[in-house]
Design a protein around this ligand. Structure first.
Ligand code: ZN
Length: 499
C-alpha cells in the first residue's frame, strides 16, 4: 500500500524490496507484465495496470493514483479541462513520454533536479514510524526546495534519469545519508507552502486559457499595473523583484528580462499556452497581499468570465452626473471607514463597487489607489515556533476529546480553528506554523469519513432500540441520500447491511 504522499515510483521500488526481487526485469514482469516500462518518478504511465493490483481497495483507481501519488495535481489545474482529461487517459495507458509533452514538462524552462531528493530528518522519522524509507512527492518539486519542518532538502544518490532506465530504486540509509540541513530560504518556503496545497487538491474541472487571461488582466488592474489597455510591465517587474531575489529566479529558470518573449510578459498577455505552477506562484506572491491561498486563486479563475465577455462590460456614460457623484460619495465613505478591500467585501460596498466599476472605472481605480494598503511588514514580535507548538497541542487535545463522540459536526480545518485561541491569527499565518499544517493535513475529516461517522451513529442508535435495519431508513435518519454518498461510504453501508 502506498503511504500518504508517496510517489508511485517509490511504491513499486518498495514492492521489489518487500518481495526480495533483485532483478529489475523481474520486477517489471511482476508489476506491469511488461519489460519496456520506464521507471518514471514524476508522471508515470501504466496506472490502470497498477490500479489492477488494488482490487480490494475500492478507492485506488487511476484518478486516485494520479492525484495522490504522482505530480499530476501540480500541473492539472493550469491546463485546459480537455487537456486534463486527455492526460489522465495517457497516464492510465502505456504511451511513454506523451504525458510530459502534453503537460509541457518536457519543454519547460523550469528544470528538475538531476537526482531524487529527501529530507534527512523526515526519512529518519519514516524509519521510526513505518520501519522503512519512502520517496515523498513533495520533495521532488523544483522550487519547493525545503521541508517546512526541517530545512533544505538533500539530493540522494539516485538519479531521476539514471543509466538504468527500467530500475526502480527505493531510498535507504546508503543512498539517503544523514547530513546536516541548511536553513530553508524564504522563497522555497513560499513555494512549498502553495505546492502542498496543490498536491492536496481533489480532481476538479480546470479553468480555460481565456479565464486565465482575464484573471491576470484583473490582477494587473487591481495592482495599478494597467494604463488603459496596456500593461505597465515595469511596475510588475518591480513587484516581482521586490518579492523574489534575482539569484533565485535565475536558478529556477525564471529570470525576468526586457525581451518580448519573457515569460512574465507572456503571462499578462492573452494565454495561448498554459503556464507552470512555479510561474503562477511567483507572480501571485508578488501581486496578492499575503497570506494568499492558491485554492482561492483557482476558484477566482474559474469564476472569471472569458476575456471576450469581460471586455463587453460597457463603460456607459449615459448615467447622470448626480447619480455618479452619489455612488462616488458612498464609496468614499466606506473606504475611509474600512479600507478598500473590506469595503468591497461588505455587501453594500460590493454593490457600490460593481456599479462604479461599470460606470466610472477610471475614477474608481484612481481613488482606490490612494487608499491601498501595502502588505504589512512581518511582525517579528510573535514567536511563531512557540505559537506553533502551543496551538498544535491544543489541537491534539481537542481531537483526543472529540474522537469518541459521534455527534460532532464535520471536523474540518475551520471547525478546529473555531475552538482554538486566536483563530484568525492562526489561519492567516498558517504558512509559519508547520506543525499545525501537518495536523490539519492528517486529521481533518474527509467527506467520506464524515458520512461514515453519521451512518455509524444511526446504526448504533437503531441497534439499541432493536429496530429492523433498512438501508433507506439508515440513510434518512443520517440525513444522507444515495446520490450524495461517496464511494467509500457506499461500500461501508453495503458491508454493514450484509452483517
Ligand atoms: Zn523534514
Amino acid at each position: 500500500m502506498p503511504y500518504r504522499d508517496e510517489l508511485l515510483y517509490s511504491v513499486v521500488a518498495r514492492y521489489g524490496v518487500h518481495f526480495g526481487i533483485t532483478s529489475p526485469k523481474q520486477l517489471l514482469d511482476d508489476v506491469f507484465n511488461n519489460r519496456k516500462v520506464i521507471a518514471t518518478t514524476d508522471l508515470p504511465n501504466h496506472l490502470s495496470m497498477i490500479a489492477k493490483h488494488y482490487t480490494d481497495c475500492y478507492y485506488c483507481d487511476v484518478e486516485y493514483l494520479a492525484y495522490k501519488h504522482t505530480l499530476f495535481p501540480l500541473y492539472a489545474p493550469f491546463v485546459s479541462e480537455k487537456r486534463r482529461l486527455e492526460c489522465l487517459r495517457l497516464m492510465a495507458d502505456t504511451s511513454q513520454g506523451a504525458i510530459h509533452l502534453a503537460l509541457g514538462v518536457a519543454a519547460s524552462r523550469i528544470k528538475q533536479t538531476l537526482s531524487l531528493r529527501y529530507c534527512p530528518q523526515c526519512v529518519r522519522l519514516q524509519q521510526e514510524q513505518y520501519g522503512e524509507y519512502f520517496w515523498r512527492r513533495l520533495w521532488q518539486i523544483s522550487g519547493a526546495d525545503c521541508c517546512l519542518l526541517h530545512g533544505q532538502l538533500k539530493e540522494a544518490a539516485v538519479e531521476r534519469h539514471g543509466h538504468h532506465r527500467h530500475q526502480f530504486v527505493a531510498p535507504y540509509p546508503e543512498n539517503c545519508p544523514d547530513s546536516k540541513q541548511g536553513e530553508s530560504s524564504a522563497e522555497s518556503q513560499i513555494v512549498t507552502n502553495q505546492v502542498e496545497r496543490l498536491l492536496d487538491r481533489p480532481p476538479v474541472k480546470s479553468a480555460d486559457l481565456e479565464q486565465w487571461s482575464a484573471y491576470y488582466r484583473y490582477l494587473a488592474e487591481q495592482n495599478d499595473c494597467c494604463r488603459g489597455q496596456f500593461i505597465k510591465y515595469e511596475n510588475i517587474v518591480e513587484r516581482v523583484l521586490f518579492c523574489w531575489s534575482k539569484k533565485w529566479l535565475v536558478e529556477h529558470g525564471l529570470s525576468v528580462e526586457k525581451s518580448e518573449s519573457c515569460w512574465l510578459k507572456g503571462i499578462f498577455r492573452k494565454h495561448r499556452k498554459s503556464f507552470s505552477y512555479l510561474e503562477h506562484i511567483v507572480v501571485l506572491q508578488s501581486l496578492l497581499s499575503s497570506p494568499w491561498d492558491i485554492n482561492d486563486v483557482l476558484g477566482d479563475v474559474c469564476n472569471q468570465k472569458s476575456e471576450r465577455e469581460h471586455h463587453v462590460a460597457p463603460v456607459t456614460n449615459d448615467v447622470s452626473i448626480e447619480l455618479r457623484q452619489e455612488y462616488q460619495q458612498r464609496w468614499e465613505l466606506l473606504v475611509k471607514q474600512f479600507g478598500v478591500k473590506p469595503a468591497r467585501q461588505n455587501k453594500q460596498g460590493g454593490a457600490t463597487y460593481a456599479w462604479l466599476y461599470r460606470h466610472d472605472k477610471a475614477w474608481l481605480l484612481k481613488f482606490n489607489r490612494r487608499y491601498r494598503i501595502y502588505p504589512k511588514p512581518i511582525n517579528k514580535r510573535i514567536n511563531w515556533q512557540q505559537k506553533d507548538i502551543l496551538t498544535v497541542r491544543e489541537l491534539v487535545t481537542l481531537r483526543n476529546c472529540y474522537e469518541m463522540f459521534l455527534n460532532t459536526p464535520k471536523m474540518t480545518r475551520n471547525w478546529y480553528l473555531k475552538q482554538v485561541k486566536s483563530p484568525a491569527t492562526i489561519e492567516k499565518n498558517l504558512y509559519k506554523l508547520p506543525l499545525c499544517n501537518q495536523f490539519f493535513m492528517r486529521y481533518c475529516e474527509s467527506t467520506t469519513e464524515y458520512q461514515i461517522r453519521r451512518l455509524t451513529k444511526t446504526v448504533a442508535q437503531l441497534k439499541i432500540s432493536l429496530i429492523d435495519l433498512k438501508r433507506w431508513k439508515i440513510l434518512r435518519l443520517s440525513g444522507l441520500s444515495e446520490e450524495r454518498l461517496r464511494r467509500g461510504t457506499k461500500d461501508f453501508l453495503t458491508k454493514i447491511m450484509e452483517i
